[in-house]
Design a protein around this ligand. Sequence first.
Ligand code: DGT
Ligand code: CA
Ligand code: CA
Ligand code: ZN
Length: 575
Amino acid sequence: MNNKDISDILFAVAEYFTMFDEPFKARAYEKVAESLSSFDNDIRKIYKDGGRKSLEEISGIGKGIAQTIEEYIQTGRVRELESMRKKMPVNMEELRSIEGVGPKAIKTLYKKLKIKDVATLKKAALAGKIQKLENFGVKSEQKILKGIEFFESSRGRFLLGEALPIARRIADDLRNVSGVSRVEIAGSIRRWCETSGDIDILVEASNADAVMSTFTKREDVAHIIAHGETKSSVRLKDGIDVDVRVVAKKSFGAALIYFTGSKDHNVLLRSLAIKKKLKLNEYGLYNGARIIAGATEEGVYKSLGISIPPPELREGKNELKKVFTKLIGFQDLRGDFQTQTDWTDGVDSIEAMVRTAKQLGHEYIAITDHTKSLAMTGGSDEKKLRRQMREIDVLNKKISGIQILKGAEVNIMRDGTLDISDEVLGELDIVGAAVHSHFNLSESEQTERIMRAMSNPHIDILFHPTGRVLKKRDPYALDIDKIVAHAVATGTVLEIDAHPWRLDLKDDHIKRGVDAGAMFSIDTDAHSLAELSYLEYGIGQARRAGLSKNRVLNTLALPALQKFLATPKQKRHLL
Ligand code: DGT
Ligand code: CA
Ligand code: CA
Ligand code: ZN
């Protein structure tokens, strides 16, 4: 419990007093709540040292408020608040986030229409019931509906592929503010979670004011949720919220641990600290009143006697016990096995894709255009594939320093056969198979179908195995454990499609493959030059699953890769 918790509870009390027609009490609580949120000394300590009397010496705090704070510190509850909540059981936080709806309106809406939350508010507004209330009207009803629309559109979680670029942009801008010495993205984004609720950024700076004003004045800010001395929150025009906190140098590591989370990881860490008779919070690791670590993450973990867990694994599972020495790193991939070009539905030429891949440092790139049954993409038939192979021979002579692999993204037909003849598949360097039709088969039919395709000796990789497209298409019904087992049995590599709309396999599924000993590839599924840099999203998911470098095909150097591909599928293995 810190000053902020106390401030939050006083704000809540103030709101309920407003609803219960106690404007003076409400104002008094609100004032104290406001001043506490930027109060330098620890209220709890003041209370512990000097009792309720010492609270009353703080300006604005009278007897009543001092009692409330005392009760909250001692019991973690405020009975008066609880009884007011019982009398008016509404979801305050939710309702208040609708523009134009404050405590007074909430009271009327509850008393007259039994409105408790945004869902019941929406129903009433759509039925035209709100405009009939006293002090409301057609205009305020419309405003409420607009507010609900905004609430609904922006409360969903954001894809990592949306949130990460925004977070990086803001972090980069903050790095240019004078006096700023360090900026880190924290929260679920640093853990590479596939979606994020908001963006969390930590800043070390000599001038917090400059950071806060630069941040809140950004052009992409839709509105400012809170502007404080060391913490501000905004909602961007894109709908995503951003929290920026300025943290002291001596606490930066502890704060980075805390705000990277996850909550469950923090809970594990804190109880480990307690076991060692230490105390951990976002300011540091303490032995009694003495800070023993806090400036760096390494220092804090080391003082707790454990090695630093990668952020991707801080989910409150086994990350404090296990050491992940072989975890795949962001620099470990040497190539990409799934790319489409202007031969089908990609936008760039093979040559342009290859040159960009080379610039990215790749040693090889597979060109895997779609095949004929995906007619809308101009999918290749056998003849076109052979023509493309000849073109690749020419380009391989022309471009040095990178090997172009002849490939294809072959369609799996309804019955599990493929839409390209085995003869032509045998001429390709590397072949991926994928489902692009009949998404609605039963789980057993879908699983059998895909397993049949995996049994084909020419199918090296199963591309985007579950077929999901985030926010657009659910994965098809599939027995993933059977697929994983069949991959191991047949020597088929499972793809982690790194495209931020797909992330397929996802972390849980990768984990099952890890446990079963499967082989993986991490590919971009790029349809343009820019998308060739998507590998990091797949690596992030792989790391979340604890996947080690030596189980990933595209960590191999070219000669080792060629040797692998020259080995019959059944006998293929990675070290
Ligand atoms: P999100 O934003 O929903 O994608 O997930 P996070 O993990 O980014 O969560 P967020 O933004 O609410 O808070 C950032 C981190 O701060 C979170 O991972 C752990 C820490 N944190 C926040 N609230 C609490 C809390 O109540 N208890 C503990 N132990 N840690 C918290
Ligand atoms: Ca967050
Ligand atoms: Ca946050
Ligand atoms: Zn495509």
